[in-house]
Design a protein around this ligand. Structure first.
Ligand code: ZN
Length: 520
């Protein structure tokens, strides 16, 4: 590295092999616009498409025919002055201007907001995506209310959680991804932008606001179909050192005050001296064209997080049934159903400890739950529980030794602490975190047991304790749910039955509600 490069331009000197240092070379994005546009992104396994959103009052609209042409084939249309018929595959769809009803193969659906014509284009409210589209698309449709993105088909978006910790002379941002990402950094309009590669992302929250002397907020943006995080520093002249760790699953970024002038006595630099051109590689204060968010309205508190853990994965298949069903796949099926059911309540966000068929360590799974401040942790497994099937057993963690005196839960596991007023941390050894939660975990297991007992045909056991490794490091009420019977001499049919799986998902939702009602 040339000696003439200013200090702030140099890479952090980290020689830990597990850590990959990201390039911080100056990089200029052709457009200075960071998310001013209003578009809706459709993610497919093959790529993404953006459609412009049109707002009428508080309702957002999308062009009907463009949506249909993306998810399938429009066979023909018949337009009249105030109505349109569309042949979509074997299905006929009929809409009327200023009408909230849509006819799909003669069945009527209510969009709550009226269809309208805009410059000859038929526009439907975004609610069309949840009310009508799943009935037309012969593939999975995943849409979280209020967002400007939808996932159609086998897309499996990754997600992430965020925390910020004070360190000497700055803060450390930790972003934990559910899957490996590649990250490219750039400095645009005085903000740091982290491009997250091609992988579609579904953020649990669109933005995070911080209170400290270094960074004010972190925002997710994929308005142009390129997922990225935008970090806003509170002032210019701060140094930014991002590194990728854990094989690309964790991004650590230190935001540091540059060394104070008194520490550079040998090279005094008057504050009034103009910055060298390379200062563009660090934020130079917000440029005028970027509108800062108003500090007046504090954002609504984010929804609580439920961590769902699909057991095994990758080379670790877990158990296998006579008819060739792997435990890892069955666990993922249950997690997907429970996830959809929880999201549909509008009461929770969901973090998955693994997405896709990959092997994730138990530490990594617990970390994903703890970093997202999950309020529940549910691990799904299947095994040989004796002759009855379906049969369900619940396990809470059994500590290896007599229980230590009650310890205060990890202070760091609460809300993201402000740098100035962070309480002195109370440390509970990582391996004993769950021991502080055993009472709640048992209450949760009992609530689950009561609701699962209502599932048709299932034999449900009383909760038991076991030294389940996956639960040990989780800082939340945590239960492992074991389904049976999955064994080499039995077919998995009772467990793969969609109706049974759906009932299980419903039972989880009911159990969490009952647990919350119980004042726990
Ligand atoms: Zn298992």
């Amino acid at each position: 590295m040339p000696a003439s490069l200013p200090r702030r331009f140099s890479r952090p000197r980290l020689f830990i092999p597990a850590i990959l240092v990201l390039g911080l070379a100056a990089f200029f994005w052709p457009s200075p616009d960071l998310g001013g546009s209003d578009s809706f992104i459709f993610y497919f396994p093959s790529g993404h498409h953006a459609l412009p959103l049109e707002s009428v009052g508080s309702v957002k609209y999308l062009p009907l025919l463009q949506i249909l042409n993306m998810v399938g084939k429009v066979g023909g249309i018949q337009e009249k002055k105030n109505s349109i018929k569309v042949w979509f595959g074997p299905t006929q769809i009929e809409l009327r201007q200023k009408d909230t009803k849509v006819l799909v193969a003669k069945a009527s659906y209510d969009l709550h907001q009226p269809v309208h014509l805009s410059d000859g284009q038929w526009m439907v409210p975004v609610e069309f995506l949840t009310t009508v589209l799943p009935r037309l698309a012969h593939q999975s449709v995943e849409y979280q209310q209020g967002t400007n993105r939808i996932f159609i088909g086998d897309v499996r978006p990754a997600s992430f959680s965020v925390r910020l910790d004070p360190i000497a002379n700055g803060v450390r941002l930790a972003v934990q991804f559910t899957d490996k990402v590649s990250v490219r950094t750039a400095s645009i309009n005085g903000k740091w932008v982290l491009f997250l590669g091609d992988r579609p992302m579904e953020p649990m929250e669109p933005s995070f606001h911080f209170q400290n002397a270094y960074v004010s907020d972190l925002r997710f943006d994929d308005q142009d179909g390129v997922p990225k995080l935008i970090l806003s520093p509170t002032s210019s002249g701060l140094n930014f050192f991002p590194v990728l760790a854990e094989g690309g699953k964790v991004l650590l970024a230190d935001v540091l005050k540059p060394p104070s002038p008194s520490a550079q006595v040998s090279q005094p630099q008057p504050a009034s001296q103009p910055k060298p051109p390379s200062a563009q590689s660090t934020p130079a204060g917000p440029a005028p064209e970027v509108t800062e968010e108003s500090p007046a309205a504090p954002p609504a508190p984010p929804l609580p997080v439920v961590a769902l853990d699909a057991g095994h994965g990758g080379e670790d298949n877990g158990g296998r049934s006579h008819d060739g069903v792997f435990e890892k796949d069955l666990a993922a099926q249950y997690v997907a159903r429970v996830r959809s059911a929880l999201l549909a309540t509008g009461k929770y966000r969901v973090v998955l400890t693994r997405t896709g068929d990959v092997n994730v360590s138990v530490e990594q799974r617990a970390l994903a739950a703890n970093l997202s401040n999950a309020i529940y942790f549910l691990s799904f497994h299947a095994g040989d529980l004796g002759s009855a099937s379906p049969r369900i057993t619940f396990f809470t963690f059994q500590p290896p030794a007599p229980l230590a005196p009650a310890t205060v839960p990890l202070a760091a596991a609460g809300a993201i602490p402000a740098a100035e007023d962070a309480a002195p941390p109370t440390f509970v050894p990582w391996g004993q975190v769950q021991e502080t939660r055993l009472g709640q975990s048992l209450q949760l297991a009992l609530a689950l047991q009561q609701q699962f007992a209502l599932v048709n045909g299932a034999q449900v056991d009383m909760p038991a304790t076991a030294p389940v490794r996956i639960l040990r490091n989780v800082n939340a009420p945590a239960v492992a749910i074991e389904m049976g019977r999955l064994a080499s001499d039995a077919d998995a049919t009772p467990l793969t039955d969609p109706n049974f799986q759906q009932q299980v998902a419903g039972a989880v939702v009911q159990a969490l509600a009952a647990f919350e009602k119980g004042g726990n």
